[in-house]
Design a protein around this ligand. Structure first.
Ligand SMILES: [Zn+2]
Length: 356
């Protein structure tokens, strides 16, 4: 055996050629500036979180530590249970917690459901809710008395959207999910590991395609110009900011929240930064992640610094095998995204339409 062959044999013996994808945990060798951002540069409102299972005192400690002025708890409970959660947070610290109600589909089979829904909504707003969230079960799961999937643009829901305009609170939509969730869970899927761990998150083969679902939703935005809508998770289209640019340009009544989409935004920093500058008045800071100090700090690092190639905030399950880049947003943009845009939504004040 030649010296070269011996060297090759020695090196190959050291390499684990059968490493499983799930065991592959590469560590970046890059050395670039890394900034620690302990607190948001300006008081921040987390417009998208779920706190039902949390103790307000624990959450408040984390908020104080990170400079979070207020969290909007999107309760996932309905009826009296939801009212109780709302009371628990609002009584504890009314200046620090707000609540968005959750769409209650119970009784959908009954003929007066759509009228009752409007009444339920009114009751929640009177009790202090600052909006209503409609989740992706609409369009993917919820069936009417005829056994048909209820469409997002079903005209029977129109009075609900009109009521939101009258009450001066927004409707939040989380319709559909990432593009990859509507594709086969195979080797070409960029969210393969996540979907392999949670196959029930995949919607490949659903009755309505993702494009259908978003088209139904966007039709609702256009039909109700006096109603303010918050399209959660970058309107479910952070993969295509040109689409989103068009949506925001054509629908002045729509805001987006950036929650749980840092991974998408941070892997296209040039496009994202342009988008954030262009639509600074329409983007809401939100996280949709368990309130933890390091989670918030990663979000601040993403928005405020020009750090490169670092981990995005996430739960245990990672969204994709990539890292993110900071957007280094200017102060006036940060102020709007962190706080001012959310304040506008808290004060719609029954005026039709929204200031631009
Ligand atoms: Zn959420």
């Amino acid at each position: 055996m030649s010296e070269t062959d011996k060297f090759i044999a020695m090196v190959s013996a050291k390499a684990d050629v059968d490493l499983r994808l799930s065991d592959f945990q590469p560590r970046s060798m890059l050395v670039t500036p890394a900034h620690h951002v302990p607190r948001a540069k300006f008081a921040a409102i987390d417009y998208h979180n779920h706190l039902d299972a949390h103790d307000p005192a624990d959450v408040l400690r984390i908020m104080d530590e990170c400079g979070i002025e207020r969290i909007v708890n999107i309760t996932m409970k309905v009826g009296d249970e939801a009212l109780a959660v709302m009371r628990r947070f609002h009584t504890f610290a009314p200046e620090r917690f707000s609540t968005i109600a959750w769409m209650d589909w119970s009784g959908l089979q009954e003929p007066d459901f759509f009228e009752r829904t409007v009444e339920r909504f009114r009751r929640f707003v009177e009790a202090g809710a600052c909006g209503l969230k409609i989740w992706k079960d609409l369009g993917l799961q919820v069936r009417d008395a005829n056994g048909e999937l209820l469409r997002i643009d079903d005209v029977r829901l129109a009075p609900l959207f009109e009521e939101a305009a009258k009450l001066g609170v927004p409707i939040m939509f989380h319709i559909a999910d990432p593009d990859a969730f509507f594709l086969p869970i195979d080797r070409f899927n960029e969210r393969y590991e996540e979907l392999a761990a949670h196959p029930d998150w995949g919607f490949h083969g659903s009755q309505y395609s993702k494009d259908d679902l978003l088209a139904q939703r966007d039709r609702v935005f256009a039909r109700h110009p006096h109603t303010t809508f918050v399209a959660a998770h970058m309107a479910e289209k952070p993969e295509n900011l040109a689409y989103l640019d068009n949506l925001l340009s054509t629908c002045p009544n729509v805001f987006v929240d950036m929650s749980a989409r840092t991974a998408e935004l941070g892997r296209q920093p040039y496009t994202s930064r342009d988008f954030f500058l262009r639509h600074a008045g329409r983007i809401l800071f939100g996280t949709d992640l368990v309130p933890e100090i390091e989670m918030y700090r990663l979000n601040f690092r993403f928005l405020e610094t020009s750090d490169e190639y670092f981990e995005y905030p996430s739960h245990a399950s990672r969204q994709g095998r990539w890292n993110i880049y900071g957007l280094h947003l200017p102060d006036d943009v940060l102020r709007k995204i962190y706080r001012e845009n959310a304040l506008r939504l808290f004060n719609l004040d029954q005026k039709p339409g929204i200031p631009r």
